[in-house]
Design a protein around this ligand. Structure first.
Ligand code: GDD
Ligand code: GTP
Length: 389
């Protein structure tokens, strides 16, 4: 059987994998992509968040994708990007054909069918999705030197000090079953080194990139599928708003039913597409929403309010004539009448990854007539770990 793994890492109080991006929890997107592969039947979400945090999501996902068996495999500690694959091999290996491994913290169209197509044309152990990024940003990622004619990876370096290539690891892989032999070999090598080193400590941590992909590339067993489609990493809270915009735009083409229809003549709020509004949200007809907005469950938007380029999480109220832009507003916040929450739009070429987005944490109240313009600031005691990270 073909199976899929989604790597979600962990932990923080509000789990980043559940942050709404494009109106859906971040990990919904890779899961939905796996569900589109006809022969894929089993998905394992691997991380070290508490089980309880994942239960509701998994219950909903099983209902939405009934053909998939979905389970959460919890690591007892952070085991690295390949440690969990090794640790849970007894769950993954039975009856395994091919295995997709997807990072959770990226946004992508997940061209898995194309990846599979290319994988079946060579005799390598794995195929990774490569994407091209601006030269100045390439060293933040795993960098790939390949032979364009054969798509073979000649050289792989995780986050090199100096630029070697702008084709980078997009965090989407397809492996043959024999991948587990490579993982086992990497673990053996690591244990051997630990045994030789008098101060060496034994642990189960294994890095997919340095410990497995590097030797795979050296052995010419790794290939790359170059995707030209949209791709972006979602590392910091600030990258969630532009990532959300990418998904909302993508849905305009692929799945417009997921979005809120542009305003009709005469009734309803002004909607500037693309916008996602949860069916339980209440938006006053005189409000103006969009572009690039998602409103979560039970959000209330009062008369005259304006929201653009923002993620508004469940239970938040935006009072009359308030204006929210380039911001993430956490659950159950209150933005008072005439309040203003404003971040600066992101500069895509900003190589320092400085993100001028305002983040309001859970249960913050912005009082009447407050005018807040706090680019790059977190507006509350513990906004960061409550919103993201
Ligand atoms: N289960 C589990 N356990 N998952 C983990 C762990 C862990 O201990 N650590 C990280 N992850 C998950 C993260 O949630 C994320 O989805 C993925 O694994 C990779 O995260 P990082 O290890 O933080 O690496 P990175 O994001 O800096 O870089 C990776 O992704 C880039 C693309 O976004 C590398 O694979 C790069 O080469 C790649 O370019
Ligand atoms: P669009 O491009 O269609 O969005 O037009 P616009 O940007 O000229 O006007 P828009 O309706 O987007 O108004 C948003 C701007 O209104 C923001 O840039 C804010 O600076 C400003 N604004 C500030 N406070 C408020 C408020 O309380 N209510 C509304 N509606 N707008 C406000």
């Amino acid at each position: 059987a073909t199976k899929g793994v989604i790597l979600i890492g962990g932990p923080s109080k509000a789990p980043k994998p559940l942050l709404p991006i494009g109106g859906k929890p971040m990990i919904w997107h890779p899961l939905a992509a796996l569900a589109r592969i006809p022969e894929l039947t089993e998905v394992f979400i691997v991380g070290f968040y508490e089980d309880a945090l994942m239960t509701d999501f998994i219950r909903g996902a099983k209902r939405e994708f009934p053909k998939l068996s979905i389970s959460y495999l919890r690591e007892y500690r952070s085991l690295g990007t390949a440690g969990g694959l090794y640790h849970f091999r007894d769950s993954l290996l039975p009856n395994l054909g091919m295995l997709f491994v997807l990072n959770a913290d990226i946004c992508s169209s997940f061209p898995l069918a194309e990846l599979m197509d290319m994988h079946q044309k060579h005799r390598g152990v794995g195929t990774m999705m490569g994407v091209t990024v601006p030269k100045e940003t390439a060293t933040r990622y795993g960098c790939i030197v390949h032979d364009p004619a054969s798509a073979q990876v000649l050289h792989y370096v995780e986050k090199p000090e100096k630029w070697i290539s702008s084709l980078i690891n997009g965090g989407v892989y397809l492996f043959d079953k024999s991948f587990f032999d490579e993982v086992k070999a990497a673990m053996d090598t690591k244990e051997k080194h630990a045994a030789e080193d008098p101060f060496g400590e034994r642990d189960d941590i294994l890095r997919l990139e340095q410990d497995v992909l590097v030797p795979l590339a050296a052995g010419r067993k790794l290939f790359v599928y170059e995707s030209k489609d949209f791709w972006r990493q979602i590392k910091r809270a600030g990258s969630a708003v532009p990532a959300s915009a990418l998904y909302l735009n993508h849905f305009t083409k692929t799945n417009p039913k997921l979005l809120t229809a542009p305003s009709k003549e005469g009734g309803g709020p002004t909607i500037i597409a693309p916008v996602y509004i949860d069916p339980s949200a209440e938006v006053d007809p005189s409000a103006k929403i969009g572009p690039n907005v998602s409103l979560g469950a039970n959000v209330v938007v009062a008369p005259g309010a304006r929201v653009r380029d923002a993620i508004i999480m469940e239970g938040t109220t935006i009072d009359k004539h308030a204006c929210v832009q380039n911001s993430i507003v956490g659950k159950h916040c209150k933005i008072g009448p005439w309040g203003r929450v404003d971040g600066a739009p992101e500069d895509p070429m900003d190589t320092k990854n400085n993100l001028n987005i305002t983040i309001l944490a859970t249960e913050v109240t912005v009082a009447k007539e407050t005018c807040i313009v706090l680019p790059n600031k977190t507006l509350n005691r513990s906004a960061h770990d409550q919103v993201l990270l």
